[in-house]
Design a protein around this ligand. Sequence first.
Ligand SMILES: [Zn+2]
Length: 354
Amino acid sequence: MTAPGTIARHRVAPSELDCTLPGIQHIGVRIEAADGEIEHLPVSILNREDGPSLLITAGIHGDEFEGPAALLDLVRRLEALPIRGRLILVPTANPAALAASARRSPVDGRDLNRSFRAGASSISEAIADFLVAHLLPAAEAVLDLHAAGRALIMPSVMLDPRPTDRQGFRRSLGMARAFGADAVLVIEQEETGAMLDGAVMASGKAFVCAEIGSAAVLTPKSAALAEAGVARVLDHLGLTAGQSDRAMSPRALLAIGEDLTVRTTASGFLRPLVEIGAKVRAGDALARLIDLAGAAPDAFIRAARTGVVYNIAGGGPVEAGAFVATIAEELPPLPNDDAIWAASFERHLPPYQE
Ligand SMILES: [Zn+2]
């Protein structure tokens, strides 16, 4: 018997895993990299009646705590929740990085979310490979929970502007809106190919990434937003019915094209000058870079385009080329209508490849 509120995890090898077994499985999957490193990855799987299927991952970066907070609780409440369909939860996808409160795994020094489709030679690659080979095939949609690490970010749900088909984009957009964060952001990222995003989209499934929480600090508010967002996505997809509250309508942000991300040109002490959500014009100062030795005059880091400050560095000592801010374009307020949201974004996006 397991004590109330506790989880007994059975250890299995990936080859022994069956994501279709009826009922609830709490397991620790033995992930073994080609270099011999081993980690046990906690996975919980619920199968109950026919219904939709969803994979939720959290803690891919070990200094982002809102996702693990939401899923660790959900795992403990799984038995009592009226869920229909299949729900797969990975509350701490990068256990060694979480234990170190670090973005990267201290075992191989790699960023798990830049280790997808790269083989399985080190532990980060092996975890990525397991998620794609063994869990992704069992779900129609994926929700990946992140936070801003050391930076500050507008609570938002991101999706990719390069959908392979119209239906896939609209399904992802529906999930993103349903989450109910401050903003839905369609963003072109540089390294999608090695990210979970790219691996899921290559499979043609719906994918969104929630960015909830800032500066590696878990607060009651940020934890509650992640928890409520997950509940709303479960309702939206039909795994639950009426288990969540109604969300406010998010802002619609777009970040594609040139000049999205502003970086430092020199090292120094970075002092941010604008808040998250601020509207800026091209040329406005976003931050001041102070030479710690006092030998050079202060440099101002300026916005390259007009828009909204979507995320900004936490400030303090930085190297040359360090991230300062991302500026997104804001679409006019949109009514609570999936088709209008989709059409409004699609006007700005490359054509579908269907
Ligand atoms: Zn992250």
